[in-house]
Structures are given as C-alpha cells and as structure tokens.
Design a protein around this ligand. Structure first.
Ligand SMILES: [Zn+2]
Length: 343
C-alpha cells in the first residue's frame, strides 16, 4: 500500500478520498481498511505503479462479458510468485521429476491468445517435466478446434506407458471429457500417480455445474483416478496467487495472502461462516495496486479447524457469481468508495 501510494497518483488519490493513510494500518485486523479495488475497476481504468516497460508479463482476464482486465506483472513480483508456486506445489506434493504426459483441457497457446488461463495451464506443465502435451482446443489455421479424436488417441497411448499423466483444465471441461468417455463406454485406466488438476472454477459453465463428488466419481469410473489425486487450483488475473485445495478439497489461505468476505450491501467484513463478496489481499506485486482486490464472486470463509485436514489457516469456498443486483450494489459502492460517479 505504501509503495503504490508513492508510485501511483491514482491510487494515492483513492487513499486520500478514503481518508486512509499508511499509518492507519497497524495490524492484521486493520487490513480490511485498505480500500479494495473491484475487478471491474481494472477493466475500466488504467492503474499502474511502474512504467509499462517494467511489466514483464501482461495478462488479460478471461472476461465473459467482453471487457477484460489488462494486468501487468513486474519481475520482482514474478520472482516472489515463482517462489510461492514452488513452495505451495511442494507442500501439496505436486512437484515431480518424473517425465509426465499432459492433457490440457484448454487452449493451445499462440501469440494472439493472451488469456491468463492458457498461460497458467502451460505454467502448470512445469511442475513435472512434460514428455508430451496434448491440447483439447487445438490452434489450426487461425482457429481453435475441439480435438476430441486427438485426446482419445492420446489417452489410449498414455495409458500404455509407465509415465504418469496429468489432466489440467476447467472443471467443466473435465466433466465434458468424463461424459464423452461414458458415452463411448470407454474406461481408460491411466498409470499410477496420474492426476487431474482443475482450475478456473465453473464461471460461464455455471449452469452445467455438478457437485464435486459427482465429478470425482465420474473421473474415477472413466480414468481410474482416485479422489486424492484430483486437485483444484484457484486464482485470478487480478490476484495472482496460487490456492490449492487440501485433501478435503478446501482452499486454505496461505501465508502470502489474506481473504476477507464482505457484506454485499455495507462492504464491511462479515463473520466466518457468512456469505459475502470475496476480497483478496496480497503485497506480491509492485506493478499495479493489486494489494486489495474485490472480486464479483460470492464466498464464505471458514475457521481452519473446521476442515479437519490439520491445516489451521482459514479456508474459503466460492459459492458463485454475485447476482445482478449484488454486482450493481457492489459497483455502486465501489464507485462511491473510489470517489467516482455520484449516485
Ligand atoms: Zn483442509
């Protein structure tokens, strides 16, 4: 907050309008007073604390409504980020030196595709060295094509090798794959140590959403992957943090960030166990004031001990997108908060 206050005029103005100064934030309990910027704000405004040439990676969010956040990351932030990914992946036993075959249930990266989902999927293939990568959406002559045949062929081929397989992608795509195998009455048992790594949530596929245990059961029946080998990641372009679920499939908050759940109307923090808007905080990046970011996701924060996995850090659950009214309230609240348009 102090860094962005010093290096970003727009952010300094927000702090002044809010009447919040660096000295007001003395303890963890004060964190909620750092003005949260809604993800919508990054879609509408350019806000940066470093010049464009210092942004080593530029990413766009996979916005469903057409407007996209243009987010840049700086070298130092990425260095810390890489360290975080390493430590979290190690903790969750996702690092392996065994050559691994990958099926990526997403877009094959190309120069035009800046969406962060393509990059994170590719990034995740470095947690274990890639022997081969097969993409569900293949780039052919300037267009993306669904590569079902190629995926089926790859699954059969990989199942005959001794190398573990990792299937990465949106839960909706994993469901689609399992359904496709069911339809074809195929059961392709993948080698020992194979994993399914899900990420990105259900987003635009929310209506197709199934309960986690239904998806896990389908993946076990079609690919022989047991529940303990199905893991989920959570993160956002505006909050480049890697959350990985525990064995009970809960996202505990790691040391690198804090999560606050805010009341939809008052934007004040709510008690653990209550539903509200998810607000993520991290000091990771110097490139832009991503210090406190308010998503348009509804969620709940729980006491860590309630999970039972042994990790006592609180964990959050994403319930879904805030409704239109909530978003409106939230946007309006945010605009007031930022001293923008008056009511
Ligand atoms: Zn847990």
């Amino acid at each position: 907050m102090a860094f962005h206050n010093q290096h970003c005029k727009r952010y300094a103005q927000i702090l002044i309008k809010q009447g919040i100064a660096y000295a007001d934030i003395q303890s963890i309990e004060d964190l909620h007073r750092i003005p949260p910027l809604p993800t919508l704000y990054y879609k509408k405004q350019k806000i940066a604390s470093l010049p464009c040439k210092k942004m080593v990676i530029k990413a766009t969010s996979s916005g469903t409504s057409g407007s996209k956040s243009q987010i840049g990351y700086d070298a130092k932030g990425l260095y810390f980020g890489a360290h975080m990914v390493y430590r979290i992946a190690k903790y969750h036993k996702l690092l392996s030196s065994k050559p691994t075959n990958y099926i990526i249930l997403g877009y094959q990266p190309n120069k035009e595709n800046q969406a962060v989902t393509a990059k994170t999927a590719l990034g995740a293939t470095y947690l274990a060295p890639a022997k081969e990568r097969v993409y569900a959406l293949q780039y052919v002559n300037g267009n993306y094509e669904l590569n079902i045949k190629g995926m089926m062929k790859a699954l059969v081929k990989f199942s005959k090798q001794s190398n573990p397989v990792r299937i990465l992608g949106f839960p909706a795509y994993a469901l689609f794959l399992a359904n496709e195998l069911e339809k074809r009455k195929r059961r392709i048992i993948l080698p020992k140590g194979s994993k399914v790594i899900l990420g990105g949530g259900w987003k635009q596929f929310y209506s197709e959403r199934v309960e986690k245990d239904v998806l896990y059961q389908k993946l076990f029946l079609t690919l022989g992957i047991e529940e303990e080998n199905i893991r989920e990641f959570y993160g956002a372009v505006e909050h480049p943090m890697l959350y990985c679920d525990c064995k009970n499939h809960h996202f505990h908050v790691p040391i690198y960030s804090r999560v606050i759940v805010r009341d939809v109307d008052t934007l004040l923090p709510v008690a653990n166990g209550k539903v509200g808007i998810l607000n993520f905080l991290t000091p990771l990046m110097e490139s832009m004031p991503l210090t406190s970011v308010m998503t348009d996701d509804l969620g709940v924060l729980y006491d860590g001990a309630e999970c039972g996995c042994g990790n006592l850090a609180p964990y959050f659950e994403v319930i879904g997108r805030a409704g239109l009214r909530d978003i409106h309230t939230c946007t309006q609240g945010a605009e007031e908060l930022l001293g923008g348009r008056k009511k």
